[in-house]
Design a protein around this ligand. Structure first.
Ligand code: TEU
Ligand code: CA
Length: 567
């Protein structure tokens, strides 16, 4: 049934403002730059824009280290620019979703400055301070209160000699974790959220929101062979009070606004079972979550240790999430974001079949059940970047990893750089490619990170309005979700899960049905040879494809996707 939730037939576009469009030539994207491209997004047809953080920040982690939640970083603009963007977006029927980063703040936030002022500080308990491990002298190796490693390499604890204690930072040492056990912290966060909602924003993407509840006692994690630090994730992911905190947030911030808002929680390590609880509307927690199962299949112990990906593992993961949230809850659907490498390079073929595979990936994602997210440039088929050296890399996660692997553990710089080229976050953060002008038309100045050398070939100007382009294909996908209830609300059934190169599924709503078949390889696939592809589809209508029209029974060409609909 078509329930009232607008976000179930919506497509959400993620803007990473730093790399989207620079309006004043300082080489950093900004809010006027976003404003100047609203019509581009309106043409694409998206229903909402998720803005990565634009708040005041020292930019240690590109804005995911916030020093003032109610101020805009001057690099991006002013609060007036935000008000103008909200008004202009709303005038086009586009909602604005803010990035909420409340597991941690910047160490330059006034709250942390005060907390670090001394053990007697009124805000000492707003963060997570602990004395050195008993028997150890503070600041010496092994004296950290537990053995957790940071997601950004090294220990998760920073020694503060002035107050004689350590503070916890699951990410960079300039990102101290807030203490959500403290009701004053929760109240301050909820008040800030309400302030933004009253300003007109339409929802939140919540950064690592499943880390806000930690297991009391913060116990040591298992130390993997050869590792220096332990794995704290069993004690900081999906902790004991997470559902309670989210339900409190819902009651104190969202209640009374539920029909208009969209909330999506970013949850590294979340399982389908957990997600069913987080997204069950009856539990008043979140609308959807960003899970990581399908983007953690192509690497070993850590993300910079690439492994070949078996399509069946990818299909199995997508199928499990489709099945798990089919009756209760709701899926987010994504290939890309500012933390992931570019999908056409990672899951597709950014060489001979660049355009076909970019479009096949788009169709497979967008026609599943759930809310699709388009990350800036994905609609153009933007690819990974051939970084020539570590000097071209900007991301703190990659740089810390390189320094630790090469500097501390003596690994080969070339091997580590290859891993960063394969999986590094900067692949998603090079300038949006608007045209063949210098730096992809992103800036008239020197960009904070070099544009992809292929910006002269892959850019919006050469694709908007051109039939057969990746952009026009994504535009058609967005339109299908808006126009065809089977896409937004139909049941889904994954097909041929054991086939090594074919992705196939059907959708159904009432007597209408849809079939998506995609060849994720270069060897032809004969539909007659696939048991689960019922021959009755031969009478359906081909409604979308990335090749000249073909009959259902014809072999699928390299990276060919076909979408059939009946009636
Ligand atoms: O990401 C958290 C997170 O899970 C990623 O850092 C991921 O672990 C890593 O990139 C490996 O895939 C969120 C933000 O999206 C990210 O940009 C921030 O760096 C991080 O939180 C800290 O705020
Ligand atoms: Ca700028």
């Amino acid at each position: 049934a078509h329930d009232a939730d607008w976000w179930k037939s919506a497509v959400i576009y993620q803007v990473y403002p730093r790399s989207f469009a620079d309006s004043n030539g300082d080489g950093i994207g900004d809010l006027p730059g976003v404003l100047a491209h609203l019509d581009y997004l309106h043409t694409l047809g998206v229903d909402a824009i998720w803005l990565s953080p634009i708040y005041a920040s020292p930019q240690d982690d590109n804005g995911y280290d916030i020093s003032d939640y109610r101020a805009i970083d001057p690099a991006f603009g002013t609060l007036d620019d935000v008000d103008e963007l909200i008004a202009q977006a709303h005038a086009r029927g586009i909602k604005i979703v803010m990035d909420l980063v409340v597991n941690h703040t910047s160490d330059e936030h006034a709250w942390f400055r005060e907390s670090a002022g001394g053990r007697e500080s009124a805000r000492r308990d707003w963060y997570i301070w602990r004395p050195p491990r008993p028997g150890f002298e503070g600041g010496t190796p092994g004296a950290e209160p537990n053995n957790w490693s940071s997601f950004f390499s090294g220990s998760a604890w920073q020694w503060d000699a002035a107050s004689g204690e350590y503070y916890l930072h699951l990410f960079s040492r300039k990102q101290p974790d807030l203490n959500w056990e403290n009701p004053e912290v929760r109240t301050a966060i909820f008040e800030m959220m309400t302030w933004w909602l009253d300003r007109g924003v339409d929802g939140f993407r919540m950064d690592v929101i499943n880390l806000i509840s930690k297991v009391p006692g913060l116990p040591d994690g298992v130390v993997a062979p050869g590792a220096v630090y332990g794995d704290g994730t069993p004690f900081c992911i999906n902790g004991p009070r997470l559902h309670e905190f989210l339900q409190e947030m819902h009651a104190r911030v969202f209640a009374g606004r539920v029909g208009q808002l969209v909330t999506v929680g970013e949850m590294p390590g979340v399982t389908v079972e957990d997600a069913r609880l987080f997204t069950d509307p009856a539990r008043n927690e979140l609308n959807m979550v960003f899970q990581f199962e399908h983007v953690d299949l192509d690497h070993g112990a850590h993300k910079f240790d690439p492994l070949p990906l078996d399509l069946r593992a990818l299909k199995g993961s997508l199928g499990r999430w489709q099945e798990g949230l089919h009756e209760t809850g709701w899926n987010s659907l994504y290939w890309n974001n500012h933390d992931q490498p570019r999908a056409v390079s990672r899951f597709g073929d950014d060489g001979a079949y660049w355009s076909q595979s970019a479009r096949a990936l788009g169709a497979v994602l967008h026609l599943m059940r759930g809310t699709p997210y388009i990350y800036q440039g994905e609609e153009l088929g933007m690819t990974n970047v051939p970084f020539a050296s570590i000097d071209e890399v900007r991301d703190i996660e990659s740089l810390n990893f390189f320094a630790d692997a090469v500097g501390n553990r003596g690994e080969s710089a070339e091997v580590v750089l290859a891993g960063i080229r394969h999986s590094g976050r900067d692949n998603a953060r090079t300038p949006m490619q608007w045209s063949a002008a210098p730096h992809g038309g992103f800036t008239t100045g020197q960009p904070w990170i070099e544009a992809n050398p292929n910006a002269d070939r892959i850019n919006a100007e050469s694709q908007v309005g051109r039939a057969g382009s990746v952009f026009e294909f994504y535009r058609a996908l967005v339109r299908m979700r808006h126009d065809d209830p089977v896409v937004g609300y139909g049941d889904i059934r994954m097909l041929a899960l054991e086939h090594p190169a074919l992705v196939a599924y059907s959708r159904a709503l009432g007597d209408a049905r849809l079939l998506v078949v995609a060849n994720f390889g270069v060897e032809p696939i004969d539909p007659a040879g696939v048991d689960e592809l019922d021959p009755s589809w031969a009478r359906a209508t081909l409604v979308l494809s990335n090749y000249p029209a073909a009959e259902f029974g014809e072999p699928l060409r390299p990276w060919e996707v076909r979408v059939f609909r009946e009636p």
